[in-house]
Write a protein that binds this ligand. Structure first.
Ligand SMILES: *Cc1c(COP(=O)(O)O)cnc(C)c1O
Length: 361
């Protein structure tokens, strides 16, 4: 009798074939790898936040609808009244919920390079993931290629990150509009970086039947809370609500996010600082020999090194105490590419001087 490995005879082949989403250890490093907001809150704001938390009844389950938080999100972000709203434990959970609702082998289409979770979760669920290459130098949508892939594969869901991660650019809005009109199924616009972009499809949520607009508070400055939200026509949201776990937004997240959104001016100020620094870092990168930065509407900058140098530069920065993201191992259009999150001025200065030192060594 042949012995079967108990794990592989119990779990699905799709799961065994996945590699885990690795998160780098940032202990003691300047952390510019994960698109986090580098700023904390003033002491008085922290104090009143803690007072809010003290009121939370941890012995009770949270409001399963997170109704007060949903109402706050609706008014702060002017979510169209005709759209329904779904909250998730991070927008990653919303992506998972959407994909869990699809029939076996359904098609999921997204531009490549794009956000890895669309592919990762699709593969895990045995869905048919289709990546359509972006235009090589601009990372703009290749509209004819995308429309013909849509025609050929008839995907159930098309994900478009707006701005795109890891490239940082905003796709042409007219192209997105055409994709929404031609899609046989849903189009999900993932606006994780909306705070830095100044462009959004949210006003159209609920008004175009096959459009869902997804956002998160993570990149805004609340990554630790794990809160994402998605607005769209009630027909879709109603179904997704059935597979959502009843208490997916915990009581501390509900209270903290409501509190934070009543201090939106604080985040607006931090966002402006980050956008001003984005320009400074971009301009400095552009001046460096052998570095090509790509214009960004997000809180990070993708840049290309000379051929074969990305791994070495990444390692050298790490030795100098600066952690960024090495995209070279992903290959394809990301060969020789690194991505840096825009941090505080002093962090960005440390990154730039470490990079300058590395390049001149
Ligand atoms: C970071 C990111 C997310 C995930 O956000 P969470 O709410 O933290 O899960 C989703 N989409 C894109 C494009 C992202 O870059």
């Amino acid at each position: 009798m042949t012995q079967t490995d108990p794990v592989s005879s119990v779990f699905r082949q799709e799961v065994l074939a996945l590699s885990a989403y690795k998160v780098a250890n940032a202990h003691g490093l300047i952390k510019l790898d994960a698109m986090e907001n580098p700023y904390s809150w003033p002491e008085d704001v922290k104090k009143s936040w803690l007072a809010t938390l003290a009121e939370c009844q941890l012995n009770r389950y949270p409001d399963p609808e997170a109704a007060e938080l949903a109402a706050t999100l609706r008014s702060v972000y002017r979510i169209p009244a005709e759209s329904a709203l779904l909250l998730g434990n991070g927008s990653d959970e919303l992506i998972q919920l959407l994909l869990m609702a699809l029939p076996p082998n359904a098609g999921v289409l997204s531009p490549d390079p794009g956000f890895v979770m669309y592919r990762q979760i699709s593969r895990c669920l045995g869905l048919n993931y289709i990546g359509v290459p972006l235009q090589p130098d601009s990372f703009e949508l290749d509209l004819p290629a995308l429309l013909s892939a849509v025609e050929r594969h008839r995907p159930s869901i098309i994900f478009l990150a707006y701005p795109n991660n890891p490239t940082g650019n905003l796709f042409n809005a007219a192209s997105i509009d055409e994709i929404i009109r031609s899609a046989p199924g849903l189009v999900v616009i993932d606006e994780a970086y909306e705070p830095f972009a100044g462009a959004s499809f949210l006003p159209e949520a609920g008004r175009r039947h096959n459009l869902l607009v997804m956002r998160t508070v993570s990149k805004l400055g609340l990554a630790g809370l794990r809160l994402g939200y998605m607005a769209g026509h009630p027909d879709w949201i109603e179904q997704l609500n059935k597979i959502r776990l009843p208490y997916n937004i915990n009581i501390l997240t509900q209270a903290s996010a409501r509190f934070a959104l009543t201090h939106k001016a604080l985040f607006d100020e931090q966002t402006q600082k980050i956008c001003a620094e984005r320009k400074i870092v971009f301009d400095r990168l552009k001046q460096l020999d052998g570095i090509t930065p790509y214009p960004s509407a997000a809180n990070f900058i993708l840049f290309r090194t000379q051929p074969g140098r990305a791994d070495g530069i990444f390692a050298s920065l790490l030795r100098q105490g600066v952690l960024i993201k090495n995209l070279n191992p992903q290959g394809g259009a990301l060969t020789d590419c690194l991505r840096v999150t825009v941090g505080k001025p002093e962090e960005n200065a440390r990154f730039l001087s470490a990079l300058t030192k590395t390049l001149s060594a």
